[in-house]
Write a protein that binds this ligand. Structure first.
Ligand SMILES: [Fe+2]
Length: 319
């Protein structure tokens, strides 16, 4: 079946304000810290090394409390663990949780991270997890203060145990600062791209469950999903031959300035960094590198208005 325009789960709709972060399972925490800080140019906002609990680090330049998190697992498992989606407030989070529970969605962790955020995790179609969260403070810098933290030992959260707060700690205009010492100089996380089978209907999950809205022409093989409240594109899904189920393909970090990105690309070999691919087309200038666990990270400067020309191209690097 080709894509259905009426999503099967229209009434779940977590409806996040934005993609806040990506969280990877990594084989070696120190190597991952070196990569996301020194290569990617994201500041270290926190490390959390609690034996038997978590071995993690968090990075960002001020967009939300972190743009990227990495966790070294005892199992040795690697790859994208989850994408974190920020909601307006706890009321919206709990009401979406109730709708999802009524539809028998499977939940992962339900967490309350020490005054930082409350979260509901669900299994996503691309094999990762989606964390929908509401922040509990504007002052996340008092928790993610650049040093060691200990917030993952908190008990699980029961979303139905108390009246959810309507207060919003979503900051649409955060103060961001480029971390100048990295090879690349991104400002923030931008979007995630998945590849999907030729016959898969992506709207069921990204519209029906997540509550994103599809934008752009509806007949193409490239799907763009935006936050319903901001209109900013947060997910791309590109049809690919030879796959059986959706897969995460890459994470994109937003770079402001083309000349700066070109300088980073030129400087990469001298820093021992391989740029796997450069895309220089009407809709973007971007560079792809792989993290120590082979995950693809894209640094991208969007060029406004040039996207429609690539909509029928099936190469997910060009999305
Ligand atoms: Fe997270």
């Amino acid at each position: 079946m080709e894509s259905q325009l009426a999503p099967a789960l229209p009434d779940v709709a977590f409806a996040p304000q934005r993609l806040g972060h990506a969280n990877y399972d990594v084989a070696d925490l120190d190597k991952a810290i070196d990569f996301f800080n020194r290569v990617c140019g994201l500041a270290i906002v926190a490390t959390e090394r609690v034996p038997g609990v978590i071995h993690a680090a968090f990075f960002g330049n001020g967009h939300t409390h972190h743009d990227v998190g990495v966790v070294q697992r005892a199992s040795g498992k690697t790859g994208l663990n989850h994408l974190g989606w920020e909601l307006l407030n706890e009321v919206q989070l709990v009401s979406a949780y109730r709708r999802a529970a009524a539809r028998q969605l499977q939940f992962g962790d339900l967490t309350n991270r020490g005054g930082l955020s409350k979260s509901v995790y669900i299994r996503a179609v691309d094999g990762t997890n989606y964390q929908f969260y509401a922040d509990l403070t504007f002052d996340w810098r008092s928790i993610f203060h650049g040093g060691d933290i200990d917030i993952h030992r908190n008990p699980i959260w029961d979303p139905l145990a108390e009246e959810p707060s309507p207060k919003s700690f979503y900051n649409p205009t955060p103060t961001m600062k480029i971390h100048g010492e990295g090879l690349f100089h991104p400002l923030r996380i931008d979007h995630a791209t998945s590849i999907i089978p030729m016959s898969y209907s992506p709207e069921e999950f990204w519209v029906g469950v997540c509550g994103l809205v599809r934008v752009g022409p509806r007949t193409a093989n490239t799907y763009r999903f935006a936050s319903a409240s901001t209109g900013k594109i947060e997910v791309m899904a590109v049809r690919a031959r030879g796959i059986k189920s959706p897969e995460h393909h890459h994470l994109t970090l937003h770079v402001e300035d083309e000349a700066d990105l070109r300088a980073s690309i030129a400087a990469a070999p001298g820093k021992g960094v391989t740029v796997e691919r450069v895309v220089d087309e009407p809709h973007k200038l971007s560079a792809f590198v792989r993290d120590p666990d082979r995950n693809l990270i894209e640094f991208s400067v969007p060029r406004i208005g040039g996207f429609d020309g690539v909509l029928t191209n099936l190469d997910p690097f060009r999305a």
